[in-house]
Design a protein around this ligand. Structure first.
Ligand code: MRU
Length: 345
């Protein structure tokens, strides 16, 4: 499976809104379609959003028709803003935008700028692929020889756009090492990333999976069915507070209450050291119809008041360890995440 492809000057995306019923690839040659794909979750998951945005920005730069560099830079800035406004929580999007901005800083012509942007977008894709493979291997050491783990949302290849996922990457790597692993997957209301995507990916990997509704997690954890919880992240603040799919916080509290480890797996591109705590992470609020409907069918009175935050914050004190491509980071996160970053620079 290659959910994000770049070939012949076009971006090919596996449309995640159509899965698991249909495997449809979108052929994108206009940057506005890439912005739309991010907004509507046709491409989703923090690292995948970052990679797709890189190619989308490149498509935008290519479409600018002007002979002056000043006008080019102005139009490109607007394109970058369009991407920045597509989804607010996953920091990978902003990480890509910053990298793309830096990549064209020395360009003296539009052609040079477009070439630099394409090179950077491809580099981001390659580097993220290596990062996910590495963190998956590193994280697999946390998984027992025979165990059942619980996960929330979708954190596999679909969410990263590369060969390994984050939390699901760790699970995949553990299975490849011959560990007997099985997974409880939360369905992940309202958009059902767990039910639609995680079960689909795990079936392809031939890893046993049991689908449960979000409200069932406590039941199974309290009955000793789960050895540990492992999830991904959309943005990790400098103190380790973690934004991830709505419902993650509840699972973290359940893990603590029942004395099992709660792990977060994420590349460094998901860590935002410029933000001191989770209180400053912007939480996306999505449309009311996502809650009012289930698979396109209305399930509540139309006039009911609805709230639909797409993410929540798990305070760092609930997190046993954060798995990155640079190693397993343990508390105190403020100090240890900082030194992980310093090693990289
Ligand atoms: O709204 P989504 O589907 O983009 O949310 C995705 C998640 O919350 C994932 O858990 C997160 O991006 C980490 S996946 C690598």
């Amino acid at each position: 499976m290659r959910p994000i492809q770049w070939s012949g000057g076009k971006l090919r995306l596996l449309d995640q809104t159509a899965l698991p019923q249909q495997e449809i690839y979108l052929e994108i040659s206009d940057y506005r379609e890439a912005v739309h794909a991010i907004k509507t979750l046709q491409v989703r998951g923090a690292p995948a959003i970052g990679i797709a945005a890189g190619y989308g920005i490149m498509l935008g730069a290519q479409s600018i028709k002007t002979s002056s560099m000043k006008a080019f830079n102005k139009e490109l800035e607007q394109i970058l803003n369009d991407f920045a406004a597509s989804r607010p929580t996953a920091v990978n999007l902003f990480w890509t935008i910053n990298r793309m901005r830096r990549a064209l800083s020395t360009a003296e012509s539009q052609e040079e700028a477009v070439n630099a942007l394409e090179k950077e977008a491809r580099l981001i894709h390659r580097q993220q692929s290596a990062a996910m493979a590495k963190l998956s291997r590193i994280g697999s050491s946390l998984i027992g020889r025979e165990c059942t783990v619980l996960t929330h949302c979708n954190t596999g290849q679909l969410a990263t756009g590369v060969e390994y996922g984050t939390a699901l990457g760790v699970i995949k790597a553990a299975a490849e090492q011959g560990k007997k692993i099985s997974v409880y997957a939360d369905e992940t209301r309202p958009l059902l990333q767990g039910a639609r995507l995680t079960t689909w990916e795990l079936q392809q990997l031939k890893i046993p999976v049991t689908l449960i509704t979000d409200g069932m997690a406590g039941h199974f954890i309290s009955r000793g069915k789960i050895a540990c919880v492992i999830v991904g992240a959309d943005r990790i603040a400098a103190n380790g507070d973690t934004a991830n799919k709505i419902g993650t916080y509840s699972v973290a509290v359940l893990a603590r209450e029942n004395g099992i480890p709660f792990y977060v797996a994420a590349p460094l591109s998901s860590i935002d050291v410029s933000i001191d705590s989770g209180a400053r992470i912007p939480i996306e609020e999505r449309g009311r119809e996502e809650v009012l409907e289930f698979n396109g069918r209305r399930i509540a009175p139309l006039k009911v008041r609805v709230a639909n935050p797409a993410f929540d914050i798990t305070p760092h004190r609930y997190i046993t360890a954060i798995v990155t491509e640079k190693g397993i980071v343990r508390p105190p996160y403020k100090r240890n995440l900082k030194s992980t970053f310093q090693e990289v620079r």
